[in-house]
Design a protein around this ligand. Structure first.
Ligand code: DGY
Length: 331
């Protein structure tokens, strides 16, 4: 019996490859074989997917009607990411293709990194680092690189899912007041254990010293941070984004930083990755990271294993544990 054919747009990590290689006929796209390309090109993806039964992809590849049309045999598309704005789930439902993602395993690593960014921007770490590397530190001085305090301040978390709650949990060590906004309030015992208070978004914008974004990219979260919301924030506030780039209107953020509407921003994600809004690049009060919030070896390995296991489930009669559209398996 020939094994089902899988296309993986990344070589993944050893433990994920073990699962895949044992059970499937796998084609891995590897940038090491394509010196001028960072990711598989769309044309290459559309051609390689033709005979495949399963796809393991990254958030940089769109699974939409165009791809599904090119893949008549496809049964499952597994993105190695928790965010799945790269997947047109309704299109997958129409084609009866199972779509899966990787929730849960990256929450703590991502919450850690939101804190990394928050602390780096508030304490002006990169400005200091640049001095040290350039040999331009003039020596200690009293008013040098004075940033914002973190301990005892108010942290506003927009989106109180697993990652947002992880960020709140870490705030306790800094004796912070935690506000959160979301579509619904979490259970009282969760609020109590995280010492978090449910408020509306405008209240959160007005009261927070740090605002950390943890919402998925949806039509109503696109440009949730815009000129209007930035104007509601404190002039001393810092914005942290580890969610999705288009949640922040980068042009509006740049204008707000230029005008001193807020004190600083730390971003891991961008509206048009891998590009960054040009104005932000020259700003000292901005920390820019290349979408690495979940990038620990352990976590990225777990994500890859999870994607491989979801694919395996589809071909071994198990329910894929992380299906976004499990109903396609039922009818
Ligand atoms: C995700 O998983 O959605 C992150 O953006 C990358 O880990």
């Amino acid at each position: 019996m020939p094994k089902p054919k899988v296309l993986s747009t990344n070589p993944l990590f050893g433990p994920a490859r073990e699962i895949l290689d044992k059970n499937f006929d796998v084609e891995y796209w590897d940038k090491r074989d394509h010196p001028n390309e960072e990711h598989i090109s769309r044309a290459d993806l559309l051609s390689r997917i033709r005979e495949k039964d399963a796809l393991i992809c990254l958030l940089t590849e769109k699974v939409n009607d165009e791809l599904l049309n090119a893949a008549p045999n496809l049964r499952v598309a597994a993105t190695v990411s928790v965010g799945y704005d790269n997947i047109d789930v309704p299109a997958c439902i129409r084609r009866r293709v199972v779509a899966t993602h990787t929730p849960g395993v990256l929450d703590d690593t991502t919450a850690d990194f939101a804190w990394t960014l928050l602390m780096a921007v508030a304490r002006r770490l990169l400005e200091g680092d640049a001095w040290m590397r350039a040999g331009t530190w003039p020596g200690w001085d009293l008013d040098q690189l004075c940033g914002g305090d973190i301990w005892g301040k108010t942290l506003g978390i927009v989106g109180f899912g697993r990652i947002g709650r992880g960020v709140a949990q870490r705030a306790q060590g800094f004796r912070m007041k935690v506000l959160y906004s979301d579509q619904a309030r979490v259970a009282p015992d969760v609020e109590k254990s995280l010492n978090a208070q449910f408020v509306d978004r405008d209240h959160l914008f007005a009261e927070s010293d740090f605002i950390s974004l943890h919402v998925p990219l949806l039509p109503d979260t696109r440009h949730l941070i815009n000129a209007d919301s930035l104007n509601k924030m404190k002039r001393t506030a810092y914005l942290v984004n580890t969610s999705r780039g288009p949640v922040v209107d980068e042009a509006a953020l740049d204008a707000a930083l230029a005008a001193g509407t807020i004190a600083g921003a730390a971003l891991d994600v961008y509206e048009n990755e891998p590009r960054v809004y040009t104005g932000l690049i020259g700003r000292k009060n901005v920390v820019l990271a290349p979408h690495i919030a979940s990038a620990s070896i352990d976590t990225r390995t777990k994500m890859a294993v999870m994607a491989a296991d979801n694919v395996l489930a589809v071909f071994t009669g198990r329910r894929p544990p992380n299906a976004l559209n499990p109903d396609v398996l039922d009818n």
